[in-house]
Design a protein around this ligand. Structure first.
Ligand code: UDP
Length: 394
């Protein structure tokens, strides 16, 4: 429910919200507990039928992500008090991200219920993708404990199951692969002309990037590859996401655009509400996702659902979304030249772009959230019907 595309609010927030709302619609009552990170947040937010977001006090609202671990015991205590006061009985606990893993373990143990964990990203995988990523040292250790203690782990793509087995010793039987989904009611093609007029993008070829401003997203590669294009004077690079005043990455990218002589070719939009994003995807000739690592890549799927081809790095879950040569291109190297070559081909051939856009649209139709929610219901049901052995607290 936070402003997506700013700070840490991105794919995981969309995922949890979509899953909670989807389950709620199916008649499953869902409470999502999250740390209060803004003093103006209401205590309880109604997310639609059957789904609530409950803001739990745990440390000062402005605490940074790197400081949150120390407030986990308070978080756990406050969740327990709330639940005791309401006399709610949950059937299952699903924790998201490494910080919530120990919370899930404690609550599931206290209530003798099954615990499912989804990491969304893993410290070891991030470290391998790009050295210099700053994660607290205890993160990998906590992830290992969560892997050992949970009843099931959900990943979005089979490559993560392999990582979990190889780097964390997870038994493959414990890991379920459930790909993420897209809201096809929101993300569908709009008229390109109308979209371009609306966004003031007429007359140029448009390369789009959407996401949080995180160096792991490799947006610098988009700028550097666009700068290599022969016809760069007729290209606009539109960057959606980021807090343009506070994200250090915004300044870095703006300096890079200057250094490449691309300042007049790049538009920094800042974070855009999701409801407006279909206009951006529809206006674009292509979406570029040059990430160093991407566990799934919701933006690629959203662009595809809007009929826009995607040029992406061949990393993480992206190859299961983007079919090389069919719905876009996958680039195995993290350097501008091979990306520029693919951009050149795609931007120069209208028919190719249209065909790939169509193929992308059709592929995305099979990945609507409703189907994802059903798979979760089946998984949850299966775990609930198993006898849960009493667990040791961590
Ligand atoms: N998003 C948004 N507005 C923005 C930037 C991003 O609504 O300005 C949303 C986008 O629609 C997508 C999510 O944030 O659903 C980003 O998810 P993705 O999996 O691509 O990246 P992550 O944040 O998980 O790294």
């Amino acid at each position: 429910m936070a402003r997506l595309g700013e700070r840490d609010a991105g794919g995981m927030s969309v995922y949890i919200r979509s899953l909670a709302q989807g389950l709620g619609k199916q008649g499953v009552q869902v409470d999502v507990f999250s740390r209060r990170h803004d003093s103006t947040d209401p205590f309880i937010v109604d997310m639609g039928k059957g789904a609530r977001l409950i803001h739990v006090e745990a440390g000062p609202p402005e605490a940074q992500k790197t400081e949150i671990a120390e407030y986990l015991p308070t978080f756990i205590e406050n969740v327990k008090s709330f639940v005791a006061e309401e006399s709610t009985e949950y059937d299952l606990v699903h924790s998201h991200y490494w910080l919530s893993g120990p919370v899930g373990i404690d609550l599931a143990e206290t209530w003798s219920k099954p615990h499912v964990a989804t990491f969304h990203t893993l410290a070891e995988v991030k470290r391998q993708a790009r050295s210099g990523v700053e994660d607290p040292i205890e993160r990998s250790e906590i992830e290992r404990i969560v892997v050992a203690e949970t009843d099931a782990i959900v990943v979005s793509d089979s490559h993560e199951r392999e990582f979990l087995a190889r780097l964390y010793g997870a038994s493959p039987q414990k890991v379920a692969v459930v790909p993420g989904g897209v809201d096809v009611n929101l993300f569908h093609p709009r008229s390109k002309d109308e979209a371009r007029t609306k966004l003031g993008l007429n007359g140029d070829k448009v390369i789009l990037c959407v996401g949080r401003f995180d160096p792991l997203k490799g947006v610098d590669l988009t700028l550097a590859s666009a700068a290599l294009l022969e016809d760069r004077e007729h290209v606009k690079v539109v960057l959606v996401g980021g807090d343009l005043e506070k994200d250090p990455e915004a300044q870095r990218l703006s300096d890079l655009a200057d250094a490449l002589g691309m300042s007049d070719r790049v538009r920094f939009e800042g974070a855009v509400p999701q409801d407006d994003l279909p206009w951006y995807y529809s206006a674009a000739d292509l979406l570029m996702v040059p990430s160093y690592y991407e566990s799934f890549g919701l933006v690629a799927l959203e662009a595809m659902a809007c009929g826009t081809p995607v040029v992406a790095s061949r990393v993480g879950g992206l190859p299961s979304l983007v079919k090389d040569g069919e719905t876009g291109y996958l680039v195995p190297w993290h350097c501008p030249e091979p990306f520029a070559e693919r951009l050149e081909v795609l931007l120069a051939h209208d028919d190719l772009r249209n065909n790939m856009g169509q193929a992308a649209y059709h592929q995305a139709q099979g990945m609507a959230w409703e189907a994802v929610v059903q798979r979760f219901e089946t998984l949850y049901q299966d775990l609930i019907s198993r006898e849960v052995a009493p667990k040791e607290a961590v």
